[in-house]
Ligand binder design. Sequence first.
Ligand code: ADP
Ligand code: MG
Length: 604
Amino acid sequence: MSRIHLLSPRLANQIAAGEVVERPASVVKELLENALDAGARRVDVEVELGGTRLVRVRDDGAGMDAEDLPLSLSRHATSKINSLEDLERVGSLGFRGEALASVSSVSRLAITSNTSDSSSAGLRAECEGSTMEVKVKPAPHPRGTTVEVRDLFFNTPARRKFLRTEKTEFNHLEEVLKRQALSRFDVAFQLRHNQRTVHQLAACDSELARERRVASVCGPAFMEQALYIETDIGGLQLWGWVGLPTFSRSQADLQYFYVNGRVIKDRLVSHAVKQAYRDVLYHGRHPAFVLFLELDPASVDVNVHPTKQEVRFRDGRSVHDFIFRSLHRALADVRPADQLAGQLEPAQITALAEPGQETLAWGRPGGAIAPARGGSRPMPGQVGEQLQAYRQLYASSSASMRLPETAAEDVPPLGFALAQLHGVYILAENRDGLVLVDMHAAHERITYERMKVSHGGEGIHSQPLLVPQAVAVSAREADCAETHRELFSQLGLVVERAGEESLVLREVPVALRDADMEQLLRDVLSDLLVYGSSDRVAAHIDELLSTMACHGSVRANRRLTIPEMNALLRDMEETERSGQCNHGRPTWTQLGMDELDKLFLRGR
Ligand code: ADP
Ligand code: MG
């Protein structure tokens, strides 16, 4: 008797389900993807007991006819690709053709569908037994499809044991719906749990509606403190909302990233984002963002993970650089004027045209979107002129200048200093009300940014080590060091290969001569191997400059004169990243007249 035999279709499907169906949330994800792929304009999700008793997804998409319906339940059956070439530039969310077969092997699944506009038409399919034979019978259904999944894992007790509480399972599937809802603003979504409506999201027909959806998914606080960005360079496009550094989270739980509309979690992407926030985020905090990357489908491989959560970029390095540079610029360019714009004007949209084709736009925090291309924002020189004007205005007036003497439009964003409070805060008056500045934090950032600029201008000075340092590495790392020799020397590191698995460090940056250079070299190599680039040397140098800046800045309890305070305010308006100190804390805040009025119950 032969020892080898074919598995029954159900068992084969159950094994496949092990990979893709982990919990009710996985079922919701697959069914939502199918509904969207079918062109649905509205998708209703109804679940009971955290999805363990029932997941029902109803869509108004294309539907399936008598021929397709039974096929949809067979493994390796899909309408989405035909050939390998199709897979290489796949535009649909699904393509593996195994979700329905897998889910139906571990639950009681029924599909009802109709491809016609006659609502008395329609078919219902269920599959039974170890052969998973499909039974089809007539059942009325409006155009579209309803998939009902009952009693998940009823026949796989080992899996069922891994299910958590109703609440936990529901939270997971709610998160899936939120992620999907942010990927398709044009589709209406509804989520009901135990007969109660939890989310009701209408299709978005305007920018305002989109913002409202982001606010309802991510919370209104995110939207109030988010920056809209949009960049486009050589076929790569990145748009979405990024939280200001002062809106950070203790966990990486508010991070939504989409590649060509597909929700993904990717190490390369997380690294690029983290690096962009490095200089402005409080240690150990996580940024919040909703970002969409669009690129040629042929340059990204989506077939690298069974649940398609990960992707592989053909040119990972340029994607990493693009994400990093776009976010880094956007965060550096936040100025008091931008942050205040939201409170002053309905929407102030600015765009920066950099040399090259890069365009970058950002609105007031949470502001209306008006994609600005081609540079409607004043060029850096013009900003300089404007500041020059402030300076003259300020210089030509007496030190104790107050608002009434100044035309409203000539008041600089952070206003004019009034006084100093307990040697710690500067109080200033601007068009909108009271501005409070943490003087040490602000000065520290200004000093730090200046040091970075002057350090950057001179380049990284290196100095030879008295005794060259041998570093044992893997052959792959040694190859990498050899290929990137030029890059290393730009970083002030002169590295030579000394053998198959060894390197010699001959020169190091002067600023870092006391650092653990061997560890740094290893970290840079591992960055280069994984992400294709590394900002470790720059990060270390920045850290050093930041410490120096901290010591060199005005300490608390130093009395400043009014002109000194005004000079600090003007510097803040000009300095990159001046909204946060070097440790990511805010440097200033504002109490508008309306907020003050509220405090005093005025106008009630
Ligand atoms: P895949 O999505 O990878 O193709 P699935 O097992 O999820 O594999 O679905 C199999 C096929 O069933 C799909 O290719 C599609 O043609 C059809 N299908 C599934 N769900 C729907 C739906 N909601 N509306 C219309 N067709 C659907
Ligand atoms: Mg699918």
